[in-house]
Ligand binder design. Structure first.
Ligand code: ATP
Length: 461
């Protein structure tokens, strides 16, 4: 079987809409840029990715617990964290075509594509631009650019009846801060000892200058974050541990290891709170891009919240008989980006016999639909429905009796269902059905009473 994968996101975007994975938000009103809605299959895939993360990060560990904080926090949280003062991007507008660009992205794109001359016509482009150098020409139309301006990334709202400056609050731009603010609550109520972690999955909001690449850069998205509190002497050890563990998770989701890499941040890229950071990146059709950041945040956040709130955040370590503010190793992943990654990685077009097919080679344990049951004829509806009911106790299984068996296979291939089970007239006699494997298209006769165990072994992980 020769096979082709994605060279742009277009075919995936259209599959996602056609088959109910992802829709543009408010589409009938023309859509809202940077917002997306998950359809029937998308929501199942999200849940499975969430479950896999939660199982690895919380359920199967004794040193990490979960929490779920409110989306709107006290505005002083965002003053202490540094977001009010410094969470913005620099942007420029083109006076010719009115396009808006994020300054760092414009320069990076020009570096990647060797097109610095187009945006910096008046400098020697054999050396890369230094920090602070500002392009003068639009990369799209060659028009004049405005001076760079700050673009605040936090969405503002008002709490209560008044809409004055005192009532301003923010939709959280990350889930991490609510974990820091609850450090003492969680530590004392769970009686955990450092080293330990607190994990949280939830929505975050950023008014991105240029949302793009489908869901990759959205304005509303979901983060899966874990803050691991350690003694300052153990920062490096735990950082290396979490970089390995997090990288492995993407492989566990079935992502092609050749398309995954780690990238250490250079000194000029580091966030104000981080002393070192490594990103896990994926090679998308639009280039390598960040899926997750693993950062050593030191004791920056707990110290800031201690100072701003006046509540000491130091911890007494009974094992070391020492009082200190713990350092934090953060793992910060995006649920939507992970979902986009598994879909992009699974997308393939190949040939089965004479026919071309689109197939999503999703790992069976995260596939939104795991089994499809087909009666060969509508006359077999009753026993085939009963089989579906039985399988639904363990798997996400559906029943489908419309169209030829070949057509039903194609439909399931396109949404990534790993196993199709055909119930035929012989099944009434021999108590067996034909199981067809999505990836190999091989078919096997399996006894109905051993079918759940057969599927279980192949689907669970
Ligand atoms: P960038 O530099 O790309 O704007 P960032 O480095 O600021 O992103 P982090 O603050 O490290 O991103 O966010 C942690 C994770 O949250 C990212 O690795 C990503 O998976 C997810 N994430 C961040 N911003 C977005 C977004 N706009 N849309 C979707 N996911 C996002």
């Amino acid at each position: 079987m020769t096979e082709s994968s994605l060279d742009s996101l277009e075919p995936l975007v259209s599959l996602c809409k056609r088959r109910g994975y992802i829709f543009q938000s408010s589409e009938i009103y023309g859509g809202l840029n940077g917002f997306w809605d998950y359809g029937p299959l998308g929501v199942e895939l999200r849940r499975r990715i969430f479950d896999s993360w939660w199982s690895m990060m919380v359920e199967r560990r004794e040193d990490v617990v979960g929490m779920d904080a409110s989306i709107i926090n006290h505005p002083r949280v965002w003053e202490a964290s540094g977001h009010v003062a410094s969470f913005y991007d620099m942007m420029v507008d083109c006076r010719g075509c009115n396009r808006r660009f994020r300054l760092d992205h414009m320069i990076q794109d020009a570096l990647d594509n060797d097109t610095l001359d187009a945006i910096f016509p008046d400098r020697d482009n054999s050396v890369p631009p230094a920090e602070g150098e500002v392009p003068t020409k639009c990369p799209a139309c060659g028009g004049e650019l405005t001076e760079p301006r700050q673009f605040g990334l936090m969405f503002e709202t008002h709490v209560g009846a008044a809409t004055d400056s005192k009532s301003i609050a923010y939709l959280r731009p990350e889930t991490a801060q609510a974990i820091f603010v609850n450090f003492k609550n969680v530590q004392m109520s769970s009686r955990l000892k450092v080293p330990f972690g607190i994990a949280q999955v939830g929505k975050a909001f950023r008014n991105e200058v240029t949302p793009r690449n489908f869901t990759f850069r959205s304005r509303e998205f979901e983060q899966m974050e874990m803050e691991f509190f350690v003694h300052p002497d153990e920062e490096r050890k735990w950082f290396d541990y979490w970089v390995d563990a997090r990288h492995e998770w993407y492989e566990h989701l079935g992502v092609n290891p050749d398309r995954l890499r780690r990238r250490d941040h250079g000194g000029d890229e580091l966030a104000h709170y981080a002393s070192y950071t490594t990103d896990v990146e994926y090679q998308f059709p639009f280039g390598w891009a960040e899926l997750e950041g693993i950062a050593n945040r030191g004791n920056f956040d707990l110290t800031q919240h201690g100072e701003h709130s006046g509540k000491d955040q130091a911890y007494f370590d009974p094992t070391r008989n020492e009082k200190y503010v713990p350092s934090v190793i953060e793992t910060s992943a995006g649920l939507d980006r992970t979902l986009l990654t598994v879909l992009a990685d699974a997308f393939a077009i190949d040939r089965v016999g004479e026919e071309e097919r689109t197939v999503l080679r999703l790992a069976p344990h995260i596939a939104p639909r795991q089994v499809a049951v087909f009666p060969l004829s509508k006359k077999l509806a009753e026993p085939a429905r009963k089989l579906t009911d039985d399988l639904q106790r363990r798997f996400h299984a559906i029943y489908d009796d419309s169209g030829s068996i070949g057509k039903r296979y194609r439909r399931e291939d396109e949404v990534g269902t790993p196993y199709c089970v055909t119930f035929d007239f012989d099944s009434l006699e021999d108590g067996a059905a034909t199981v067809r494997d999505r990836d190999t298209t091989d078919q096997e006769r399996v006894a109905l009473d051993s079918l759940p165990a057969y599927l279980d072994e192949r689907i669970r992980k």
